[in-house]
Design a protein around this ligand. Structure first.
Ligand SMILES: Nc1nc2c(ncn2[C@@H]2O[C@H](COP(=O)(O)OP(=O)(O)OP(=O)(O)O)[C@@H](O)[C@H]2O)c(=O)[nH]1
Ligand SMILES: [Mg+2]
Length: 456
């Protein structure tokens, strides 16, 4: 469950792609894909606690991986050898054990990785994690499917409430004046929805009365709202507000859920994989997830990206093999959630600066996910100009040039000019694209592990 601590998932896939190298653009599901047979849940590297192959006095515990110890024991038992010879034999046996143990530990290190997914809020960190579950966990997203029902309902209510607020703020008239009653109903939702604030599933906020966190109460409230949501979403005034966007905060998945209102309001509704990928739940607590991808055991940490939550990241900064740093390209025209005076993409860049140049990450590999390319492209195509928000930009306002410009701005943040930052342009809600990208990331991590252990 999100935000509830550890979540162990057994997975296995076959990655055969070579890393795409730095600055790779992958935007389709074409190419090799992992054939992902699954292992049972809770799969942790079986070698993990297997290091004590002999006891303190050198006798064998029957461990097949400690043949030298067994041989010594047998020799001492059947041959009349002197005490000093037995001591020598034990010393040799201990040395062999030590070498075997070191070998096992080295191999285990090469086949395991600690990976952090970092970045500001709403950049898609948890969405990437959901894709990993879908691609590599036998149960996929089944464990959380039911819980997401209420999240989807809350997301839909939040979306129409934000649009109603935007309509009023922009003084856009309703197409059908009789919808004013619906507008008022929806606006009254504001206080209630603020209290939910759609935080991590399972997170119990003591400030919220129990009955408000009750899934049934939420669903009942949603079902009552459905006629108002449908009428408003069909109204030209609300559509115009959606088209203009701008001076109000709207979830990226607003249109997706409002378009699906009939489906999600059915009594038998069960969220699909796509619904879960689109659903927005703020992450509050750091959570650990274990995956095995192509024989490499990953410990992956998902964090909350809000400014106030970033102080909880530091305890996870030791011995990190790789960091996926998430950027929402589409945030170039948005203010920060925590501070409206700051541009969201600029703030993200300064966070990247502090992470990429952090002392503890000198040996850590960086993988930059320039995410939400679909929304970014849509914004550019609708006439939104990058130069209006990044005045130094002087190139054409098309996707290839603008995205390369932003990528460069990020890469320039690294003070160590030799630091290799692998870049991927991502659409995290697209499972086909993420399948290819995860394989490439796994190949990068494997190669760097081998290099660090001197084998490459
Ligand atoms: N259209 C689109 N939506 C995306 C993409 N990536 C993520 N989203 C949506 O963006 C919203 C936020 O994604 P999350 O994964 O919850 O963001 P996060 O970085 O985990 O945010 P915090 O938990 O607050 O730190 C969700 O509704 C996702 O469905 C993308 O590439 N395209
Ligand atoms: Mg999250």
């Amino acid at each position: 469950m999100e935000g509830s601590g550890s979540n162990h998932i057994g997975i296995k896939g076959i990655a055969s792609l070579q890393p795409n190298g730095p600055n790779t653009i992958s935007s389709s599901g074409a190419g090799s894909s992992p054939s992902s047979s699954s292992t049972p849940n809770n799969t942790i590297n079986p070698n993990h606690n297997n290091s004590n192959s002999s006891s303190a006095n050198g006798s064998s515990k029957g461990n097949a991986q400690a043949p030298a110890t067994s041989t010594t024991t047998i020799i001492s038992a059947f041959l009349p050898i002197s005490r000093s010879e037995a001591k020598k034999a034990k010393a040799i046996s201990d040395a062999i054990d030590k070498a075997l143990k070191a070998d096992r530990e080295r191999m285990q290190k090469e086949r395991s990785a600690k990976l952090l997914i970092l970045g500001p809020s709403e950049t898609g960190k948890t969405t990437v994690l959901k894709q990993l579950k879908l691609l590599y966990s036998r149960k996929g997203l089944d464990a959380e499917r039911q819980t997401y029902r209420r999240v989807v309902h809350l997301n839909a209510m939040k979306a129409i409430q934000a649009l109603s607020y935007g309509l009023q703020r922009s003084n856009i008239p309703l197409e059908y004046p009789e919808n004013i009653a619906h507008l008022e109903t929806v606006m009254r939702l504001e206080t209630t929805l603020k209290r939910y604030s759609i935080t991590s599933i399972g997170f119990t906020n003591p400030a919220i009365p129990r009955k408000i966190t009750d899934a049934k109460a939420e669903t009942d409230m949603f079902l009552e709202m459905v006629p108002a949501i449908k009428a408003l979403w069909a109204d030209g005034g609300i559509r115009e507000t959606y088209r203009r966007g701008g001076n109000f905060s709207l979830q990226d998945s607003a249109k997706y859920f409002l378009d699906s209102i009939d489906r999600i309001a059915e009594t038998s509704y069960i969220p699909s994989d796509d619904d879960i990928l689109q659903a927005r739940v703020r992450t509050l607590a750091v959570s650990e997830h274990i995956f095995t991808i192509d024989g490499v055991s990953y410990k992956i940490y998902d964090v909350g990206g809000q400014k106030s939550l970033r102080r909880y990241w530091a305890p996870y900064f030791d011995d990190v093999n790789a960091i996926i740093f998430m950027v929402a390209l589409s945030a170039y025209d948005q203010p920060c959630e925590d501070d409206e005076r700051l541009n969201r993409l600029m703030e993200c860049m300064s966070l990247f600066n502090s992470i990429a140049n952090h002392k503890l990450f000198e040996q850590t590999s960086f993988i930059l996910f320039l995410n939400k390319i679909d929304i970014f492209q849509r914004k550019l195509e609708s006439g939104s100009m990058l130069v209006d928000h990044f005045p130094d930009y002087s190139g054409p306002n098309d996707y290839p040039n603008t995205s390369a410009y932003i990528q460069n701005l990020f890469l320039q943040q690294c003070k160590d000019t030799h630091k290799q930052v692998y870049t991927h342009f991502t659409h995290a809600t697209d499972t086909n694209q993420m399948r290819v990208i995860v394989v490439a990331v796994n190949a990068i991590v494997q190669r760097l592990n081998l290099r660090n252990s001197g084998l490459l």
